[in-house]
Design a protein around this ligand. Structure first.
Ligand code: M6R
Length: 612
């Protein structure tokens, strides 16, 4: 997820671009850049880090800037955060400048093709391919208009693009496929941006590009087309949000926004790995080959907090398909144990930030003892990613809220994809059903969010005054019970525990009374395990514990044993954790909201724990 801004008109172009970038910084903050007209050339200024670094750099230069201009704040997906990889990116002649949000899925093949044609690349990004591709298309088409249209038709993946060129001095070209882009209208000036906050200081009249649309923007007009070149009529909307709520996309908190971003985060994480034509998963573009897993004896899944819960899910998934034993460890414990690590061990670490001190220490220890390290991180170029032999990036985009939500579901998705990869590698089970379910997962989670949220709000109204909560689940729902409890305690400050439901009668049952809400997770897809969980519901009912049950459609036997019940869509085993954690994230959020807690920045907690 990156931020794009563009301007054409007579205001000071850099002032408009920097104001827009500051407003978009929540979308990405590892590097930033601008490009604008300076005399007869396109001038770019880029810097690593936050927008103020770019600002300082700009103020140190003697410039004579004019519009059109583009700005970009980056959240890396391909290539480390650096000035080289910061946008804008140019063609060989520095005549075409491009900024981009999204992932060009076929960039590798395009880059190969363009290199064969003599194009020279200077960055590791997927975006640079676009500038060279337009340049290449210009060789074969009469106008820039046609070259741009041809180029966007050759791109696969997700993109919001903006482009300026020496060929067309008074125009900004834009295109959208699966990444947002808006155009803002002024008097004798126009704006483009990936999100509304960048525009609100200047205009409230906007149009939203739809997927498969592109446009040409001048200071007085804007023309829109589909990818075949047919004209599109667009409706102008009036935005009434204030700036603060606009940055959160209209949501009151980043946490809620990020919960609702999960369908998109899942979609982005699938991109480039889910091979739709062959109905299989591969990690070709991540550089992960089957040979990486040769000669292994044991796998350790290691992480902290929410990422540790994802590791636990991984164990349930992987032990069905791989031939090695799998150990799951908390990083702060693992680093001080005398685990027999050697060249036949594989350490798999999970970290949203890629900077968690304990997890990073485990990586270093494992490497020092000759073990292989595979990391699953959300932040490109982070310390853990750099230290690993192979890194698989979740593509959840920046997670601002301290409570991790979309990073968790994207991590679990990565573990599911790896389980499919292993199943094929070891012929341990058929993958067709899982791949089919993965294709539908983003839309399924979107529907679930809409349906479950009003239900959860009602539960929160009733229960937000309780002082203790217990979350119970078995098998693959046990880690989800742990995660549900962690979410509640960290943002609402209510004491909550997650337990394996089968352990209830070994202790926690002593706590059950009419003031002790229990959330019981089960799914008919768990077969005999589901039957066992029904007995837990009986035991809780007998002790008058207020009980919320989450189960799957087609189970009627629990309705009379609880105070509230929600039926999730029936699904395959692997996808159960992703679907079930969503209502629990919402429950924590709604309860914390009723209590008036500082949801995005809970007391005593930091987003990234870089000290021991
Ligand atoms: O960045 P990481 O995934 O390595 O962070 C690990 C934990 O600190 C993190 O998951 C923490 O537990 C979250 N606040 C949970 O919401």
């Amino acid at each position: 997820m990156c931020g794009i801004v563009g301007y054409i008109g007579s205001r000071p172009v850099l002032a408009v671009l920097l104001e827009g970038l500051r407003r978009l910084e929540y979308r990405g903050y590892d590097s930033a850049g601008v490009v604008f007209w300076e005399g007869e050339t396109l001038k770019a200024i880029k810097s690593k880090g936050k927008v103020y670094n770019l600002e300082e750099k700009i103020y140190q230069e003697k410039l004579n800037p004019s519009s059109p201009g583009l700005g970009h704040t980056r959240w890396a997906t391909h290539g480390e955060p650096s000035e080289f990889n910061a946008h804008p990116h140019f063609d060989c002649e520095k005549k075409i400048a491009v900024v981009h949000n999204g992932i060009i899925e076929n960039y590798y093949d395009l880059k190969k093709f363009l290199k064969e044609k003599g194009h020279k690349f200077i960055s590791e990004t997927d975006t640079e391919v676009v500038a060279h591709l337009i340049e290449e298309c210009l060789r074969e088409t009469p106008t820039f208009f046609h070259a741009f249209m041809r180029a966007i038709n050759l791109l696969e993946g997700a993109f919001a693009l903006a482009c300026i060129s020496l060929e067309e001095p008074d125009k900004i070209y834009v295109a959208r496929w699966q990444s947002p882009l808006v155009v803002g209208f002024g008097e004798g000036e126009n704006f483009i941006a990936s999100d509304i906050p960048a525009l609100l200081s200047f205009t409230r009249r906007v149009i939203y590009l739809d997927d498969g649309e592109w446009g040409v923007i001048t200071k007085d007009r804007a023309h829109f087309y589909d990818f075949h070149g047919n004209t599109r009529e667009k409706l102008v909307h009036y935005v009434s949000w204030d700036l603060a709520s606009a940055e959160k996309g209209g949501f009151p908190h980043f946490m809620l926004k990020e919960i609702y971003e999960q369908p998109e985060a899942l979609k982005q994480t699938l991109l480039g790995r889910l091979n739709l034509s062959q109905k299989r998963i591969d990690f070709y573009y991540d550089g992960l080959s089957p040979e990486f897993f040769n000669n292994l004896e044991r796998i350790y899944l290691v992480a902290c907090g929410t990422s540790y819960h994802a590791c636990l899910v991984g164990k349930y998934l992987w032990e069905k398909v791989v031939p090695w034993p799998i150990e799951v460890e908390i990083a702060s414990e693992f680093r001080y144990r005398q685990t027999p690590l050697h060249e036949r061990s594989l350490l798999v670490v999970l970290s949203q930030s890629g900077e968690t001190a304990d997890t990073l220490a485990c990586v270093k220890i494992a490497k020092a003892r000759g073990a292989k390290v595979l990391s699953i991180c959300n932040v490109v170029g982070s310390s853990i990613a750099r230290e690993s032999d192979v890194v698989l990036y979740t593509q959840a985009g920046p997670e601002i809220s301290v409570a991790s939500t979309k990073a968790f579901t994207s991590q679990v998705l990565m573990l599911i994809m790896l389980s499919v990869f292993f199943a094929e590698l070891f012929h341990s089970s058929s993958v067709e059903e899982t791949v089919k379910a993965l294709i539908n997962l983003p839309s399924q989670t979107k529907m679930l969010l809409d349906k479950v949220h009003p239900f959860i709000r009602e539960v929160a109204i009733e229960w937000h005054g309780a002082s203790n909560f217990l979350y119970l689940g078995r098998n693959i729902l046990y880690p989800i019970a742990l995660e549900g409890a962690l979410k509640l305690k960290e943002i609402s400050y209510i004491h909550a525990e997650g337990y394996a439901a089968g352990e209830m009668k070994h202790g926690p049952i002593a706590l059950v009374d009419e003031k002790f809400p229990i959330i019981l997770l089960t799914a008919k897809e768990l077969g005999i395990i589901h039957e066992k969980t029904i007995s837990n519901a009986e035991e809780i009912k007998a002790r008058r514990g207020p009980l919320l049950v989450l189960t799957t459609e087609g189970t009627s036997e629990l309705a009379d044993k609880c105070n509230a019940i929600f039926y999730l869509p029936s699904t395959i085993y692997a996808l159960i954790p992703i679907l079930y954690v969503i209502p629990l994230q919402l429950l924590a959020y709604e309860i914390a909201n009723f209590k008036g807690c500082d949801i995005d920045k809970p007391r005593n907690l930091a987003k990234s724990v870089t000290v021991e």
